[in-house]
Design a protein around this ligand. Sequence first.
Ligand code: HEC
Ligand code: HEC
Ligand code: HEC
Ligand code: HEC
Length: 382
Amino acid sequence: MTFARQAATVLAAVAAGTLLAACEPPPVYSVQRGYRGTGMAQVYRPATLVAAAAINTPPPAATPASPDGPRASQVFQNVKVLGDLSAGEFTQIMVDMTAWVSPEQGCTYCHVAANFADDSLYTKVVSRRMLQMTQYINADWKQHVAQTGVTCYTCHRGNNVPVNIWFRSAEASQTPGMLGNKAGQNSPAIQVGLSSLPNDPFSTTLLGGEEIRVISQTALPDGSKPSLIMATEHTYGLMMHMSTSLGVNCTYCHNTRSFASWELSTPQRATAYYGIRMTRDLNSNYLGSLAGIFPANRLGPTGDVPKLNCATCHQGAYKPLYGADIVTGHPGMRAGVKTAAAAADTPAGPAPSAAPEPPAPGPAGMAPIPAAPAAPASAART
Ligand code: HEC
Ligand code: HEC
Ligand code: HEC
Ligand code: HEC
């Protein structure tokens, strides 16, 4: 073998190794989730599951505090959200919030040590809004979070800033120059599963209310669906994000026979439908309301507030923390959960009003989608 040949063999081996390194190494398991022959299977890699399990370990169980004694609103000076809790429960929540959000910095991440009633740190003001948001999610978005619910830990996991947040991409808002506007395409981004789809599928779908359903129901365009290719790209970008955030394949929600059909979809698709509406709601009404409160170093390249997506809560698991009950034992995480003592104080009155229905109609309440007529071969070619 000549030297050149040897070198070529080595090069070929290195090139093959480099190429294969991009593939997922075996083993890979496939689990059937629907009737045989329908392609409803989930593909799992043990290594990915182990990594997701490590991130999704629930925090240590709550240390219950006594619900008896004076209310926090009577004991402390500046309590606006957690006033109904007993002083003991209130202090317990402070200890929990420290462990969930600022374990390294401690109480003084949110408080001026000399005066705990002082609101001058932005972190305290943000936390108060976060308390309201958490209670709101648990009370008004049961269509998504069910009885499982969320706490600060669901998103923060011991970090000041949750690991998965997003900002509007600076690139997407550039004015097209001589080379045109890439619109965030062709620079593989994590949020769209390293595909070349636009790297910000969220501004339109998880903040704005762009129509996600883009598949036409008729053989020829009838003007009822957005004609923009961009909208379709956003749909696929969002779907890639949803799959990776939950650690599942498309068939966790869809039957590939028809991605549009709700009848063929799994029940999880309806939960996801509400998840999209919930995320939009939280981004505009809670994170959005904190514009002007977050300091400049927390804002995105175009000056927007940090926002959440499916990965903020899910972090690779089909249910955050695999559905562990982390809310029970933390009364401050649910609004209106009166502790035993507070309930005894309250005279029998009208029952608290039921949580209002979220504004968006569910898939079930929608106009039935007519079955698409089979496209004649000639129409398909035009
Ligand atoms: C992640 C932010 C955060 C951390 C960390 C935190 N707190 Fe708080 N704290 C708050 C918020 C928000 C309020 C106001 C709650 C309300 O309005 O219902 C508050 C209020 C208080 C109050 C009431 C003060 C008054 O008179 O109005 C006390 C006391 C308190 N916290 C103690 C603590 C202690 C002790 C720790 C550490 C173990 C701690 N906090 C850690 C956010 C935090
Ligand atoms: C649904 C997800 C979610 C939940 C639940 C949640 N947060 Fe947050 N939190 C966020 C996001 C997103 C941000 C913005 C990140 C940033 O500051 O860059 C944030 C920011 C914060 C900040 C500002 C951190 C900083 O350094 O700028 C504090 C403090 C905070 N949250 C406290 C809390 C507390 C306390 C709770 C529970 C009562 C809570 N959060 C619940 C998503 C969440
Ligand atoms: C967690 C559930 C879930 C997963 C996983 C998921 N989807 Fe979806 N998909 C939905 C929901 C919900 C909608 C409808 C959204 C709406 O109406 O707002 C949808 C809509 C769509 C549409 C538009 C359908 C129409 O009527 O025009 C397409 C196409 C699509 N998904 C493709 C995919 C692909 C490809 C994947 C895998 C990369 C995927 N989806 C993964 C839940 C999911
Ligand atoms: C505020 C936190 C939060 C956000 C944000 C969030 N989810 Fe969830 N999601 C949950 C919780 C909690 C559950 C568990 C509910 C239960 O126990 O049934 C859940 C459950 C689900 C399920 C049901 C899984 C199953 O096997 O039954 C799907 C599907 C889902 N989420 C999709 C999404 C999608 C898609 C998004 C983004 C558009 C999203 N979620 C955003 C908290 C969240």
